[in-house]
Ligand binder design. Structure first.
Ligand code: GLA
Length: 570
């Protein structure tokens, strides 16, 4: 080696070391961004996964045919994009530890398969396991997280499902955060699907690490299991929202174990719950009934609504249920009339149950693809056993949702009598609550919550609008009034005060005599305020609750802006 070569080698060595020193800190020390915020899954992911129908019988041919069918059937054009190979594609690791795809089943290799899928305007997904082995005993990713992430990115993978078998007592939140960091370091946007079957409480940490998290056991193609999964996933509604989604597992629609009516319920409920729509049937042979379900663009539009608020059960009468979710257009709700029983039954959705103003609303049936007309206050339909009628309900008098100006301006004495006969439209901040509690309290009158003592907030502001009147709290909060049955209406604009910017989140609820009559779903800082207008005739106890959202307990400055009631004059 000449002196010149030695010098050049040393110089290059020094440059490489310097580069490594500069690179490492950013890779390992920078605080990782929450997966929810990285823009990868603003709406619930849609696609196909091999497991439910094909199990371990996966191959290059199957995946290519599936991608072709996704295009030919029109599924791609209604939003399905990921083609995901589940367990059993991997056979070993090479001497360098790189994961090896089954060369017999995938002779062209994964990179070529990814190209094939990408060329059709679709995205490619793979499965692995956080433990030492996959659930089918193939090599897992434990100890190879960074290496596997780099391999997937090099192949062109866009989605990784990470299972939880053979986890040997790992800390799930930490282990999945490791995957998040490893995937982020590749620089390729990759959706991370967390599959711990609802343990240990992924709704508490899932959105930090990934974009969707399984909330339940594995689905099977049977009605009782479907019912159980719906029940278990529904109670996690508060955790799902743009960027991170509750995952009640992949769809069984078209696999033959349930009736068409039951599959329609399956698809409706997944859309209502803002669940990922990952089909699990044979796309190359679909009956027209299956196709009609999976390609129902009106139901898909509910699932994909950009507000991303999962539905709640707003009425349950002996199992006959009304589900509702607010949509991006604030005058509109999606509602499901769900009959899990074995007999036909009439189910009524009342506007007051779904937070719409009384009066006329346009009702559209999303399975019949037909308008049911403009109807007042409620809509009733007969729902077949195990069936679901899915509706979009648009209030016609939405702009009138704010109460008229008071006939007599409110002039509250300190100990304002409830339903003062001289005050027709009292603001709640002028009435005396029977109970008032707010985190970082107290409940502020006509000010936002300032996180300290009384009177330390700012004028209540939602978006660009300032409100002279209203209640400012920090979640969790609970305010109760005794209206003595004398009031008929409640109105307020709700949201997080503009002072928190894009931070914070909370759920607003209104309870009337112990019954939940309104639930906003998760509202985030920076969202357009939501007008709420409810009928409360004869109600004694009106209760305004602001529930915290466990991934965003800070900055939960919640305003009941302009909150008032309309009470009859004696
Ligand atoms: C687990 C998962 C399933 C599927 C199988 C594959 O059971 O929950 O969704 O991925 O493993 O082995």
């Amino acid at each position: 080696m000449t002196t010149q070569t030695v010098r050049t080698t040393l110089l290059f060595g020094a440059i490489l070391m310097l580069a490594a020193i500069c690179y490492l800190p950013t890779q390992f020390n920078s605080p990782a961004a929450r997966a929810r915020d990285d823009g990868v899954a603003r709406t619930p992911p849609m696609g196909w996964n091999s497991w439910n129908r094909f199990g371990c019988n996966v191959s290059e041919k199957l995946i290519k045919n599936t991608a072709d069918s996704m295009v030919a059937s029109g599924m791609r054009d209604v939003g399905y994009q990921y083609v995901v190979i589940d367990d059993c594609w991997q056979v070993s690791r090479d001497p360098q530890g790189t994961i090896v795809a089954d060369p017999r089943r995938f002779p062209s290799g994964m990179a070529a398969l990814a190209d094939y899928i990408h060329a059709r305007g679709l995205k490619f997904g793979l499965y692995t396991d956080a433990g030492s082995r996959t659930c089918q005993g193939r090599p897992g990713s434990l100890g190879h997280e960074w290496q596997d992430a780099a391999t997937y990115a090099a192949w062109g993978v866009d989605y990784v499902k990470v299972d939880w078998c053979y986890n040997a007592g790992l800390d799930a939140a930490r282990q999945y955060a490791l995957f998040r960091d490893a995937l982020a370091a590749t620089g390729r946007p990759i959706a991370l699907s967390i599959c711990t079957w609802g343990t240990p409480n992924p709704w508490d940490w899932g959105d930090d690490a990934g974009h969707l998290w399984r909330t339940t056991r594995d689905i099977t193609d049977r009605w009782p299991i479907l019912l159980q999964i719906i029940r278990e996933n529904a109670v996690r509604a508060y955790a799902g929202g743009p960027g991170g989604w509750n995952d009640p597992d992949m769809l069984e629609v078209g696999n033959g174990g349930m009736t068409t009516v039951e599959y329609r319920t399956h698809f409706s409920m997944w859309a209502m719950m803002a669940a990922p729509l990952i089909t699990g049937n044979d796309l190359t042979r679909m009956s027209s009934a299956t196709r009609d379900i999976l390609l129902n663009h009106e139901v898909i539009a509910v699932d994909q609504d950009s507000r991303g608020t999962p539905a709640l059960i707003v009425h349950d009468d002996n199992n006959l249920q009304v589900w509702s979710r607010p949509l991006e257009d604030p005058s509109t709700r999606a509602a499901a009339l769900f009959n899990p029983t074995d007999k036909s039954a009439a189910i009524t959705v009342r506007w007051s149950d779904i937070g719409l103003a009384p009066g006329d609303a346009l009702v559209r049936d999303l399975w019949a693809h037909a308008d049911r007309g403009v109807v007042a206050d409620s809509f009733t339909a007969t729902v077949e056993p195990h069936g679901t009628i899915m509706l979009k309900i648009t209030a016609q008098s939405y702009v009138a949702a704010t109460l008229p100006d008071p006939v007599v301006p409110p002039a509250p004495p300190a100990e304002a009598p409830v339903a003062n006969p001289n005050v027709r439209y009292p603001y709640l901040s002028d009435l005396t609550p029977t109970f008032a509690d707010s985190a970082l309290g107290p409940v502020e009158l006509n000010l936002s919550n300032g996180e300290g003592g009384a009177g330390d907030g700012h004028p209540i502001t939602l978006g660009d609008t300032r409100y002279a009147k209203g209640l400012g709290v920090h979640a969790p909060a609970d305010i109760r009034y005794d209206l003595g049955g004398a009031c008929t209406d409640f109105a307020a604009d709700i949201g997080l005060d503009a002072e928190v910017g894009q931070h914070g989140a909370a759920v607003f609820q209104v309870w009337a005599d112990g019954a939940l009559i309104y639930d906003s779903g998760v509202l985030h800082g920076g969202m357009t305020p939501v007008p709420v207008y409810l009928n409360i005739p004869g109600v004694h106890e009106l209760r305004l609750v602001v529930a915290p959202v466990d991934w965003a307990t800070n900055y939960a400055h919640a305003d009941w802006a302009g909150a008032r009631v309309a009470c009859s004059v004696e």
